[in-house]
Design a protein around this ligand. Structure first.
Ligand SMILES: Cc1cc2nc3c(=O)[nH]c(=O)nc-3n(C[C@H](O)[C@H](O)[C@H](O)COP(=O)(O)OP(=O)(O)OC[C@H]3O[C@@H](n4cnc5c(N)ncnc54)[C@H](O)[C@@H]3O)c2cc1C
Length: 541
């Protein structure tokens, strides 16, 4: 409850707790929309600690819309470096399995040639979390409506019908209360905001505990005899894997070991060649598969690891959180700008919690896959005997199917669709099945608009602004005036985009598509339904 009875002026529109990648993304996207927010971070500054390194294709599409994709690529893994994944005994012996994946340059060429909507507009990008966070922070720092406060810990919050307050503590011991229209907890797996709301995580925790050591080794990447790549999984009893970080001079080694000291020995054993290196840090992390019961309570919302924890190797952790931030941002904007109805923000939990559940499940499948090929490891793996050869062949055969589940999650990345959302027009029928490893382009309401190129070489995604957009293809005689009027009645931004090209119409399968600012389909068809009803559903009234 409120500590004071009298209404006070608000300090800002949105308080964001936590400047991890999710909180920073949310702050920047709110800032782009002209909203005021205060971003609170308990750390004094971003830290040089490795965690995520893969922004998936959808995240890169989102960052492209935010004007950040090129900046992120410039700071990340070289555009021409291969993304191959290896299963090895060491970096000098022939790999047991080599899964080649295109570099960013090659993937962009494939995307440029693709005309059927089956590929993303942006390929994925490797960038270490310790590079991404300072980059996003510098963008947020430069935005006039974002007040970035590091060294500032969220302690508690309270809310009533009109506002939310947060008690925060600065590093010098000062404690103040901040007030805002909304608060979003992006404060990670141990979220104080979530705990304060009494929202529980369900699922499996502490499945495995890994040590992660960070090494600097300037020459290694150029010298890896078996070939350059991004991940090297070692077939051993410690579940060891080596990840190349974005600079290609830093490497993280993950393994189940009893002591920090063992990590250096394991690094040397994996490299199996004399090379200078420095071990910079060792930490521990645990595998969890957890989903929060709720993503919101009143004026307080939760996003990112605060509400879903996955096993990171498939790269769905931060990426799911960026999706949360992007879904929540325009809904907060619509509500604060006065055109969003009550269902707009209510739809956040409905839409994003189902994606959290899908991604926890995809992560479970991927991790089962890795466990399946690791279970084929036997101590005779390196022996030059028929039995050793059989172990190697068997492990490689299983890994060739099972390891792909971690690396090829294009369905989870692009194919998610918001089902039973109150702000998506219901279409009769079942809708396409969700398959985390397969992406089939679809404009079924709730889906992300498949990326297509226009005849002039531009991407249709890039032609769509930050408003509701009705795509109208050549040949449609639909009168769009009633829909424009209906959106105007709510004060909601709306525009019509006429497309004469034939290819998008063929991929999308309909003359008309109504899109949201986040490029998800609200409605599709050849004849408009009741315009007032459609605009009301889309805007959450
Ligand atoms: C080894 C490893 C590899 C991974 N690889 C990938 C990958 O390739 N791709 C991927 O998508 N994900 C990956 N992940 C997962 C990814 O790192 C997380 O999902 C991501 O960091 C979540 O972002 P977040 O912003 O929600 O939370 P966090 O990154 O945890 O950020 C939360 C922030 O909130 C701050 N905070 C917490 N409490 C308070 C408080 N009371 N007051 C103020 N501030 C507070 C914290 O200091 C922190 O900065 C990996 C994780 C690990 C461990």
């Amino acid at each position: 409850m409120w500590p004071q009875a009298e209404p006070l002026t608000l300090d800002t529109q949105v308080i964001i707790v936590g400047a991890g990648p999710v909180g920073l993304t949310l702050a920047i996207d709110l800032g782009r929309r002209g909203l005021r927010c205060i971003l609170l971070e308990q750390k004094a500054a971003p830290q040089f600690l490795p965690k995520m390194e893969r922004c998936n294709a959808r995240t890169m599409e989102i960052y492209r819309r935010m004007g950040l994709a090129d900046k992120i690529r410039d700071a990340g893994f070289p555009r021409d470096a291969p993304m191959d994944v290896f299963i090895v005994t060491s970096l000098v012996e022939p790999p047991l399995l080599h899964l080649p994946y295109p570099s960013v340059v090659q993937a962009k060429a494939e995307i440029a040639a693709c005309r059927d909507g089956s590929m993303p507009l942006e390929p994925y990008q490797l960038i270490s979390q310790y590079t991404l966070e300072p980059l996003l922070k510098s963008v947020a720092d430069a935005m006039p409506t974002i007040d970035v406060r590091y060294g500032c810990e969220f302690v508690s919050c309270a809310q009533d019908e009109g506002a939310v307050s947060a008690r925060v503590k600065y590093a010098d011991g000062r404690s103040v209360e901040l007030r805002a229209d909304y608060l979003v907890g992006c404060d990670g797996g141990t979220s104080a905001v979530r705990r304060q709301l009494g929202i529980k995580l369900q699922g499996e925790s502490n499945l495995m505990q890994f040590r992660q050591a960070l090494f600097r080794c300037d020459d290694l990447f150029e010298r890896i005899p078996i070939g350059k790549g991004r991940h090297y999984h070692v077939a051993d009893a410690q579940a060891t894997f080596l990840i190349v970080q974005d600079s290609t001079r830093h490497f993280t080694l993950h393994a189940v070991t009893d002591s920090d000291a063992e990590m250096a020995a394991l690094f040397e054993k994996t490299l199996a060649m004399p090379i200078d290196y420095e071990m910079l840090s060792v930490g521990q992390w645990r595998q969890n598969l957890l989903l929060a019961d709720n993503y919101a309570q009143g004026r307080i919302y939760l996003a990112g690891d605060a509400v879903h924890l996955v096993i990171p190797t498939g790269g769905l952790g931060m990426n799911s959180g960026v999706g949360d931030a992007y879904d929540l941002s325009w809904k907060l904007a619509g509500t604060l700008q006065g055109w969003g109805g009550s269902q707009l923000l209510a739809s956040y939990e409905i839409e994003r919690r189902q994606i959290g559940a899908n991604n926890v499940e995809a992560s479970r499948q991927a991790s089962r896959g890795r466990r399946a090929w690791r279970a084929a490891y036997k101590p005779n793996l390196r022996e030059q005997t028929p039995a050793g050869a059989e172990t190697r062949t068997n492990l490689a055969r299983i890994a060739n199917v099972e390891q792909r589940k971690s690396n090829e999650m294009i369905g989870a990345e692009l194919g998610y669709r918001y089902v039973d959302s109150p702000v998506i027009w219901p279409q009769a029928g079942e809708g396409p099945e969700h398959d985390f490893m397969k992406y089939v382009p679809s404009t079924w309401p709730g889906a992300r608009l498949p990326h297509v190129w226009l005849d002039d070489g531009t991407a249709l995604h890039d032609r769509i602004g930050e408003c509701y957009t009705l795509l109208r293809f050549a040949g449609s005689s639909a009168d769009v005036a009633p829909l424009a009027k209906a959106f105007a009645a709510f004060g909601a931004p709306f525009s019509v985009l006429d497309i004469a090209d034939e290819m998008p119409r063929a991929v999308y399968g309909n003359d008309l598509l109504l899109l949201r600012p986040d490029l998800h389909v609200v409605w599709r068809g050849n004849n408009l339904p009741d315009a007032a009803k459609l605009a009301a559903v889309a805007t959450g009234h």
